[in-house]
Design a protein around this ligand. Structure first.
Ligand SMILES: *Cc1c(COP(=O)(O)O)cnc(C)c1O
Length: 233
């Protein structure tokens, strides 16, 4: 099995190639190392090799690792977030990638206000409209974003996030990423107060190269860095 360092080198090489073919600068793209189920030792190994952003999908796991690793990296919460778990991460996260409903905004606002912090959030969009996926449909995105911007002062919307369908069909995957980019451009034109479309979080181990070609600037990569996950440890 290759080391975390070798894997990181390979992923970075591929990111560089994708940037080259799409005429983008490599430093525009953040590699977010997805560390769910990965032991702290390995996370530290990734950090020693230049990783500055890590993503977890379970609030308590994020909190546990944060206690050991601390603030030397940016902590991202990816994947669906239950309102009763917000308390575990509110003082630790750099950005939440899964803002997808008003009830969650209420809870984030309440907790963030208490500690006088503004929370960076990405709105999760379900472009492909698969029922199994979280996120709001693109048709509802603008109303949702306006509502958040008007009512929740401690939430700062910084962009959009999506997940591509699990399919070998690259055209279908590309269409989803392109759809998210188009939506971000549309929203950006509205100049909504307190909202920016700075980040597009899209692309995982299977599809981050396509995502970069379609405008992603945060790729969330786990398996290609740390190997296949073992969930029953
Ligand atoms: C697990 C996960 C990833 C990383 O997936 P890999 O296929 O292991 O790269 C990215 N985004 C989200 C939301 C995830 O839950």
């Amino acid at each position: 099995m290759s080391s975390v360092k070798e894997n990181l080198d390979m992923v970075r090489e591929k990111i560089k190639n994708s940037c080259n073919v799409s005429n983008r600068k490599i430093d525009e793209v953040t590699l977010l190392a997805v560390t769910k189920t990965v032991d702290v030792d390995k996370v530290l190994e990734a950090i020693e090799n230049g990783v500055k952003d890590v993503g977890e999908n379970k609030p308590q796991e994020l909190a546990r690792k944060y206690e050991v690793i601390g603030d030397k990296v940016n902590w991202h919460l990816i994947g669906s977030l239950q309102t009763n778990k917000v308390k575990y991460i509110i003082d630790k996260v750099y950005m939440i990638h899964s803002l997808d409903r008003i009830a969650l905004c209420e809870e984030i606002q309440k907790r963030a206000e208490k500690i006088d912090k503004t929370i960076n959030c990405l709105v999760q969009i379900n472009i492909s409209k698969e029922e199994s996926k979280h996120g709001i449909y693109k048709e509802g995105a603008i109303d949702f974003i306006k509502e958040v911007a008007n009512n929740y002062n401690n939430i700062k919307i910084k962009g959009l996030m999506t997940m591509a369908p699990f399919t070998e069909n690259k055209d279908e995957v590309r269409k989803v990423f392109r759809g998210l980019k188009e939506l971000a451009v549309e929203i950006d034109k509205l100049n909504i107060n307190n909202v920016s479309m700075e980040y597009l979080s899209m692309g995982m181990s299977n599809d981050y190269e396509i995502a970069i070609e379609e405008g992603s600037n945060i790729v969330r990569v786990g398996t290609s860095i740390f190997g296949a996950r073992n969930y029953d440890k």
